[in-house]
Design a protein around this ligand. Structure first.
Ligand code: PLP
Length: 419
């Protein structure tokens, strides 16, 4: 970063940081470098690039890492990674072809057979499946804690498992999908430090719901932050991608495994996300503003039983969650869910009668999306577990977009009236 850039805000740097037009025929925008391989000027240069890429020697001060092959590096990807890292004030970032490939690559890199993974629940369905069904196949033990557990409860759970000395990684998702339950990142750091003996125990946060604008988990003690960039970062429901931000040593390891799994994002995905990042802040700001008004409308609607939205947390009734909310988040966000009065029939009637809001899974896009977690995103979660997580037949989840607020409220109102 140049000296004059150091004090600029991320939303300013999204249009220029890391890209030199004079290396690309003066093009104002970074072109799509749709190429698999890159020409070396000399054999000596090729040798030098490989020495650094394969870690045979340290990079010299001011030495540029050379472009080699698009599985290792590509300008669309590198510029995107440099820009994404700014939001989380991370040393570096790695971009993947999906959120799931970012998450699974991190878990595979930092866990080995015999290790214990401690994780929060509920988790995104795909993550949950990988943890419950794949990791045990390679001998990794897993243990879940819940949003309400305090330090002693979590420590007891780990000790009762008999695997405390094997604890290697803590993975959390906050706010949890779809109920907006909160996990205290600082508390997870304390748990990690409590059990650390020789090998560091890392804390990783899935920040898809609130990042990269409204929460910066590294500031609260996390080592790694993962995203489904399909959601707010991409923001237009037209690309699947993922990313991992963190400290230098961790990201070097994640990128090394990515090179051999070959699940990096391609240049076209990189270019789409570069474009999306230019409007990230205006989109997310408008989405959160709309969501607060939607929450206020639903809260008093006679067909609605309860609304789960961070902006509606009560400092007294929800004291613990409210405390985490004020420490960890800069905004209540744009995701909310609510219980409709009744059950599946009433929820479906409402969903089927929406005219403007789209009935679809995913979130964080310019258009508002709505879905029924119990029968859609969380259909794979065992029914008892689902009940414990408060994911019932009457629960509906909304992802609020950038439409005019009056139109959103009109649509919600007319659909609720049909119920
Ligand atoms: C969508 C999502 C994922 C998975 O990301 P993909 O891009 O679909 O692979 C992971 N975590 C959360 C919280 C998500 O919403």
């Amino acid at each position: 970063m140049k000296e004059w850039q150091a004090n600029l805000h991320p939303e300013t740097l999204m249009m220029s940081y890391g890209y030199n037009p004079h290396l690309s025929e003066g093009a104002v925008k970074c072109p799509i470098f749709q190429t698999s391989t890159f020409v070396f000027k000399t054999a000596e240069e090729g040798k030098a690039f490989f020495e650094v890429a394969y870690g045979l020697r340290e990079k010299k001060p001011n030495e540029e890492t050379g472009l080699i092959y698009s599985r290792l590096n590509n300008p669309d990807l590198e510029i995107l990674e440099n820009r994404l890292a700014l939001w989380d004030k991370a040393d570096d970032c790695a971009v993947f072809e999906s959120g799931m490939s970012a998450i699974t690559t991190v878990l595979l890199e930092f866990l080995k057979p015999g290790d214990l993974l401690l994780h929060s629940g509920p988790l995104y369905g795909g993550t949950d499946h990988f943890i419950q069904h794949f990791l045990p196949k390679i001998g990794i033990h897993t243990l879940e804690f819940s949003p309400l557990d305090d330090f002693d409860t979590i420590v007891d759970k780990v000790q009762d498992s008999g695997l405390a000395e094997k604890l290697a990684f803590i993975y959390i998702e906050t706010p949890a999908n779809p109920t907006n339950a909160l996990i205290d990142i600082g508390l997870c750091r304390e748990v990690a430090d409590f059990f650390t003996e020789e090998n560091p125990i890392r804390v990783c946060v899935d920040n898809t719901y609130m990042g990269p604008l409204w929460s910066h988990p590294l500031e609260h003690g996390a080592d790694l932050v993962v995203y489904s960039a399909t959601k707010y970062i991409g923001g237009h429901s037209d690309v699947i991608a993922g990313s991992v931000c963190g400290y230098k040593d961790e990201i070097i390891r994640v990128k090394a495994l990515r090179t051999f799994l070959g699940n990096m994002a391609g240049p076209w995905t990189g270019w789409l996300l570069l474009r999306s990042l230019e409007t990230l802040k205006v989109r997310m700001t408008q989405q959160a503003e709309n969501a607060q008004k939607v929450a206020a409308f639903l809260q008093h609607h006679p067909k609605v039983e309860s609304v789960y939205y961070l902006g509606l947390l009560d400092p007294e009734k929800d004291a613990d969650a409210y405390d985490i909310y004020t420490r960890q988040y800069l905004s209540p966000g744009a995701m909310l869910s609510f219980d409709i009065k009744g059950g599946e029939a009433e929820a479906f009637k409402f969903l089927n009668n929406l005219k403007l809001m789209k009935l679809a899974v995913s979130l964080g896009s310019t258009e508002s999306l709505v879905q029924h977690p119990a029968t859609m995103t969380h259909a794979g979660v065992a029914i008892e577990h689902r009940k414990a997580l408060n994911i019932t037949e009457k629960l509906v989840r909304l992802s609020i977009g950038v439409e005019h607020i009056d139109d959103l409220i009109w649509d919600l109102n007319q659909a609720l009236e049909t119920v």
